[in-house]
Unconditional design. Structure first.
Length: 266
């Protein structure tokens, strides 16, 4: 979808949501949304939480998000093009972590919410990384790079929000060179049992209340809980990666399985 169409779609969908006096929106549950609605809602959510996004990530995950991205970066292997693509880069945290860890790697980050990209660009500036980190508007389902251009590509906390996961994975596979890596870092639910019950209580009971204190759009964090509970299981997601022709696929559970790093090779 072209950028202009995407923007007007976002506005159209956002307008359809009820808003009460406090400007709190209500989103339908993930299972009730169709794909177009979901894409519009995701754009609306990230455009509305941009200012508080980094802060809330740190608070709501107890800074684990920082450790999870660092672990992802530590698994990257640069061996030919020395280029990395961060898909759904948001405010650019993974792109910046990669650039800081590998001084000879060129990094590109793309996201379809310009407000998120703009915040990321400020961080690139502050860290003096303009010569190696490029952040810009781009759609994960239609990546504007030629085949075999990057050594590694990753998507952190993004694929959960994209209805057509096959398309994203096939685009990510297309733009890396043979033997290159596709990485997916995503919030997941622990296996059934004690930790799952605790996590579900946190996600559905505590997290939206915490978010209410800090953001003008707490419904965004109800959507977050809903989208995590509706994400495929570890086994299902590995199967999906394998079905896309990725080899040596593995899943690394992080922090009792509340997050998982998936890695596959072209
Ligand atoms: C939870 S944020 C993650 C941001 C960042 N990767 C991080 O680690 O914090 C999800 C991001 O995915 C982006 N996104 C969702 N669907 C997308 C798509 N089809 N193309 C590009 N970006 C997308 C959203 O705009 C949002 O910035």
């Amino acid at each position: 979808m072209k950028r202009k169409d995407a923007e007007s779609q976002r506005r159209r969908v956002a307008k359809n949501f009820k808003m009460n006096k406090k400007q709190n929106k209500e989103y339908p549950s993930v299972q009730e949304m169709n794909d177009d609605q979901r894409i519009g809602i995701v754009k609306d959510i990230f455009a509305s939480v941009t200012d508080k996004y980094d802060f809330l990530n740190r608070v709501l995950s107890g800074r684990r998000d920082v450790a999870w991205r660092k672990r992802t970066v530590s698994e990257m292997l640069f061996f030919n093009t020395h280029r990395f693509l961060d898909v759904a880069t948001g405010t650019g945290d993974l792109a910046l972590d990669c650039a800081n860890s590998y001084p000879d790697v060129k990094v590109v980050g793309v996201d379809f919410v310009q407000e998120m990209v703009n915040n990321g660009l400020k961080k690139v500036d502050t860290q003096n990384l303009n010569n190696r980190v490029e952040l810009k508007w781009g759609d994960a389902t239609n990546i504007e790079y030629k085949d075999n251009f990057f050594d590694v590509t990753a998507i952190a906390f993004g694929i959960r929000n994209i209805p057509d996961k096959e398309k994203v994975l096939s685009e990510m596979k297309r733009i890396i060179i043979p033997e290159g890596q596709v990485m997916v870092l995503e919030l997941t639910t622990p296996e059934p049992g004690f930790w799952r019950s605790i996590y579900s209580f946190y996600l559905n009971g505590i997290l939206p209340k915490l978010a209410k204190w800090f953001t003008k759009n707490p419904a965004a964090y109800e959507y977050l809980a809903d989208s995590i509970m509706n994400f495929p299981t570890r086994r299902e997601f590995l199967k999906l990666m394998e079905s896309m022709g990725l080899k040596n696929c593995k899943a690394i559970p992080l922090t009792f399985g509340v997050c998982t790093l998936y890695i596959g090779q072209k």
